[in-house]
Design a protein around this ligand. Structure first.
Ligand code: CU
Length: 288
């Protein structure tokens, strides 16, 4: 009976190890694109709406799968040890092991391998997300307590031929218009403290740092209206530092920027004079 039980334990242990190894392999190699995934396979994340989103979602979901597999292995070993070395009649003490070199080498090598794998996928995703393209449009963004200004650098655009701006205040959530399927360069500047420019549906955010220009390129791939937020706790009304992203067709975009020019909102608003006065009442997020 004892022998049979041991053989059964060995067999099920091997099956478990094989299963977990397979799941890890799937998790790390089975990533394809974030497009076209259902809510369940996106793990509840918002529908991706930019060309950079798949890289971020693959890294995020892949990292969670790797964590889950490692978690299951660790819990499995804990419960196995708890069961195998549980107190029995006669209170036998299990064989005490010290300075078990192969085991210690394993403890050192395995976490190192995990870090190497995660590091590799992180650097790869970072390089893809931050890759620069030839931008079709440039928007200079100023973050300021507690709103955003958007400068549309369209001086070389034959359809517009001017720089236009939109200044948000704490009472008025500013709009950001961008054309769909066109690479956009965002140059980020801060007038005061560190903010963070974040459009959740683009799976992208980047710090807006005073005295340090940050920039990134992104191609919005879905028409529609999306939320934009400040993702860096920047002061009392940080939570009110919102903006609305409108991804529209090229014609609508040109018409919108021309509209700003017609309203006299020309020229670039730079820090520190860009955005809002001190608040009387924080703006409220609109219900869609
Ligand atoms: Cu902020």
């Amino acid at each position: 009976m004892g022998l049979e039980l041991n053989a059964w334990r060995r067999g099920s242990g091997r099956t478990l190890a094989l299963g977990l190894g397979g799941a890890l392999l799937l998790g790390l190699t089975g990533c394809s694109t974030g497009e076209g995934r259902g809510t369940w396979s996106r793990v509840g994340m918002v529908e991706p709406a930019s060309d950079r989103a798949p890289f971020m979602s693959d890294l995020w979901i892949g990292a969670w799968i790797a964590c889950a597999v490692i978690g299951v292995m660790v819990w499995g070993l804990i419960f196995y040890a708890m069961y195998k070395f549980r107190r029995r009649e006669g209170n036998q003490v299990p064989r005490q092991t010290r300075y078990h070199v192969p085991l210690e080498v394993l403890y050192t090598v395995v976490p190192f391998l995990i870090i190497i794998v995660l590091f590799f996928y992180t650097v790869r995703a970072e390089n893809r997300v931050l890759a620069k393209t030839e931008p079709a449009h440039t928007v200079n963004v100023v973050g300021q307590k507690w709103s955003w200004s958007f400068n549309y650098m369209e001086q070389d655009n034959a359809r517009i031929g001017a720089v236009a701006h939109e200044v948000g205040t704490i009472e008025k959530i500013p709009d950001l218009y961008v054309p769909v399927n066109k690479p956009i360069r965002f140059n980020l500047e801060s007038a005061d403290v560190i903010h963070s420019f974040w459009v959740p549906a683009w799976y992208f955010k980047l710090d807006v740092i005073p005295g340090h220009k940050n920039s990134f390129d992104v191609t919005p791939t879905k028409l529609g209206t999306f939320d934009g937020k400040c993702a860096e706790l920047c002061g009392t009304y940080h939570a009110a530092m919102l903006f609305t992203v409108h991804v529209v067709t090229e014609e609508e975009y040109n018409a919108y920027v021309k509209g700003l020019v017609a309203k006299g909102q020309t020229g670039e608003r730079k820090p520190p004079s860009a955005a809002s006065a001190l608040p009387s009442a924080p703006a409220k997020e609109e219900k869609k």
